[in-house]
Design a protein around this ligand. Structure first.
Ligand SMILES: Nc1ncnc2c1ncn2[C@@H]1O[C@H](COP(=O)(O)OP(=O)(O)O)[C@@H](O)[C@H]1O
Ligand SMILES: [Mg+2]
Length: 299
């Protein structure tokens, strides 16, 4: 189920990159000066404020009547427009952290800030995409997307425009009236992404969204996700245990360690803005993969 709602880069809302480039109000497929990309580059991150701040988050679960410290003093900040992947071994606390950011789980201590404001529960500023397809099976793709828009009390015209725009973003315009059971796994996940994006969250949270897909579909969705980000520069925090996927998609990989879970290191991914799957076999990519795998303790 997606929470979501309110996102910076929607040309319909004329809010490309927030105030930083308010002059740019239309989605341009052939912008000037976007080195290596067919889409416009966002302003340099150092010029942007923090969009999301995870401050000293700890989580202690009660496990068989014993306290289990799953997260300890986790600090993580994302700038506006940043795409950060969180990697770590299974069970290190990635989902727990993401659920705390989403407001679905309360932390034992620490704070979550979105645009410098503390958040304490689920909210329209954060959209979530889970690994399992979470579409309502009794609704068409368009109606699934419209569900959250109705909750936001958007007018019929606004809803229609947003549905059409985000279906186009995820390449499902032709499937607006299809039911989830008529879609492949990859298409279902693209529909779930469209639904979260349509609510225009400040931050998109994704928990292993491609984990249930076969290898080929997964690579297609990685390409799609990267292109979607190159086009919209939504702020994204995505959890994955796949190091290659994390490097390919993100601007920065945050590496988590376990027992207790905390961020061990953040690795800047200085690959070209425009990514192609072939890059995965380049030397610089393989070196990054080796470096992060070693950090994770199995390299
Ligand atoms: N509700 C809960 N109660 C007790 N322990 C939990 C609960 N949720 C998660 N855990 C424990 O927290 C640890 C981290 O889980 P999780 O965040 O799902 O890890 P990851 O997503 O990195 O695989 C695991 O040891 C798990 O068993
Ligand atoms: Mg998990």
């Amino acid at each position: 189920m997606s929470l979501s709602l309110d996102f910076v880069n929607n040309p319909l809302a004329g809010r490309f990159w927030g105030s930083a480039t308010s002059a740019m109000t239309e989605l341009s497929l052939h912008p000037p000066g976007a080195a290596g990309s067919k889409f416009p580059a966002p302003p340099p991150p150092e010029e942007l404020p923090d969009k999301l701040c995870v401050q000293k988050i700890s989580k202690i679960f009660d496990y068989q009547s014993q306290p289990l410290t799953v997260l300890q003093d986790v600090d993580l900040s994302l700038k506006s427009n940043e795409f950060v992947c969180l990697v770590g071994a299974s069970g290190c606390g990635k989902s727990t952290l993401l659920n705390i950011v989403a407001g679905l789980t309360a932390p034992t201590s620490g704070r979550i800030l979105v645009d410098q404001e503390e958040v304490t529960g689920p909210g329209s500023d954060r959209g979530m995409v889970f690994q399992a397809y979470s579409l309502f099976p009794w609704l068409t793709v368009a109606k699934n997307i419209e569900f959250g828009l109705k909750l936001q009390k958007l007018s019929k015209r606004e809803r229609r425009e947003r549905i059409a725009y985000y279906l186009e973003v995820v390449g499902l315009s032709r499937f607006a009236n299809a039911f989830p059971k008529q879609l492949s796994g990859g298409m279902k996940q693209r529909a779930a992404i469209a639904r979260a994006l349509a609510n225009e969250p400040e931050v998109l949270l994704m928990d292993e969204p491609f984990g249930a897909l076969d290898a080929q579909t997964k690579e297609q969705l990685q390409l799609f996700m990267r292109e979607m980000w190159e086009r919209t520069h939504t702020t994204i925090l995505m959890v994955t245990h796949d190091v290659e996927e994390a490097i390919f998609l993100s601007s920065r990989v945050a590496v988590m360690e376990a027992h207790p879970g905390r961020i061990k290191e953040s690795v800047e991914i200085e690959l070209p803005e425009h990514r192609e799957l072939e890059m995965k076999s380049e030397v610089s990519f393989i070196q990054l993969k080796r470096r992060i795998t070693t950090m994770l303790g199995h390299g």
